[in-house]
Design a protein around this ligand. Sequence first.
Ligand SMILES: Cc1cc2nc3c(=O)[nH]c(=O)nc-3n(C[C@H](O)[C@H](O)[C@H](O)COP(=O)(O)OP(=O)(O)OC[C@H]3O[C@@H](n4cnc5c(N)ncnc54)[C@H](O)[C@@H]3O)c2cc1C
Length: 429
Amino acid sequence: MIGAGSSGIAAAKALHQRGIPFDCFEKSDRVGGNWVFKNANGMSSAYRSLHINTSRERMAYSDFPMPESYPRFPHHTHIAAYFDAYVDHFGLRSKITFRTAVEHAAPERGGWRVQLDTGEERRYDALLVANGHHWDPRWPEPAFAGTDEFAGVQMHSHHYTGEDGAFFRDKRVVVLGMGNSAMDIAVEASFSAARVFLAARRGAYVLPKYVFGRPLDQIATTPKVPFKLRQKVAAGLLRASVGDMERYGLPKPDHAILEAHPTVSDDVLSRIAHGEITPKPNIARLTERTVAFADGSEEQADIVVYCTGYRVTFPFFDPGFVSAPDNDLPLFRRVFHPDVDRLYFIALLQPLGATMPIAEAQSEWVCDHLTGRYALPPRAEMLAGIERERAAMRRRYVASKRHTMQVDYDDYLFDLRRERRRGLRRTGR
Ligand SMILES: Cc1cc2nc3c(=O)[nH]c(=O)nc-3n(C[C@H](O)[C@H](O)[C@H](O)COP(=O)(O)OP(=O)(O)OC[C@H]3O[C@@H](n4cnc5c(N)ncnc54)[C@H](O)[C@@H]3O)c2cc1C
């Protein structure tokens, strides 16, 4: 297995408990991946102030609740400690080979040949990929005119740590993006910068973490409620709690609520209302000292932070083997590659909800397959299933590199349970 982030450790636990022998290689010196601030692997996108945007109960593994002493939306240090505790609780630490990266993996004679950065080569029957997909920064494509001329700092949110308290002080800052990191970084900058401009390529609904004293992500999410009704409930809650985005000067979203990955922030609308953040449309071009926007306005700027997302990459696969051009890798129920045997992806998806319980359920499913308790449908059926899911995703979500592997947390878990039962019947057991 590749990786011992929150997805890899869920898979390690499932394999361990089912008695399936495995090796887990982790590039870093500890588990937790993205949630380890300044992770020694150099891949974490966490910043000093980062808190989860999915609630504690939604993020926890099903059999290992987060401590009651944690806040509802814990800090990254809590989350990293939680993953450490999980690994110790289930006796997984000794199963993980730390400070060891998988450099190359390729199918060979019905199994897998794996090359480690120690120079060692090993052979396995199956390969689980849990290398994460929030570490390889995606910069604006194509780059804005004038990018090379700009004399100030241009950075990707991946590289923002928030450690230098003076970084934004008295600076004029442009933050590009309407995702969760953009919200956090714009808010953080707004407390010390001279000006903060929040530039958006498209509008988004900014959801509060709480409504009526409850985490929003715990309200009316069950698959028993039809999606259209869930959408109505969410729209009603948003209207009652914050109202239309245009009232804050933000662009009107070009889609209905829940048709894009959610942006969650309790703070950004308040900072806009206080005049500490100024919404802007997309960047049109940069000059040596300014940023010009799509509405013709132009502002002096010292720092531009691109919160433009991540590329899905697998550096250990040969080019042309398995890849995700434009972040798109069609998989059967987001786990099985239809053309490559015994290759499993864990949490290669973007849930409306948290990732961890999904990684856990996928891992159990993979173990079913490895132990013969689950049989895949025939290839044609898999491909038809993949196409159906993709068509549904395209119908539902705004076309963007961000929406290539969206799933609804509860619906996905429900569907996975059904598929596991179907696959068990296929085995004839
Ligand atoms: C700023 C930010 C906020 C987020 N907030 C949330 C949230 O609130 N809720 C939520 O559910 N999700 C959130 N996410 C998504 C986040 O990706 C997941 O929470 C989670 O980190 C996914 O875990 P993972 O194990 O799949 O990947 P990662 O956490 O990225 O872990 C991958 C692991 O694989 C290892 N690895 C990679 N390549 C190799 C290799 N070749 N050899 C060996 N080891 C390797 C890495 O060292 C790393 O430890 C957020 C993401 C970001 C960037």
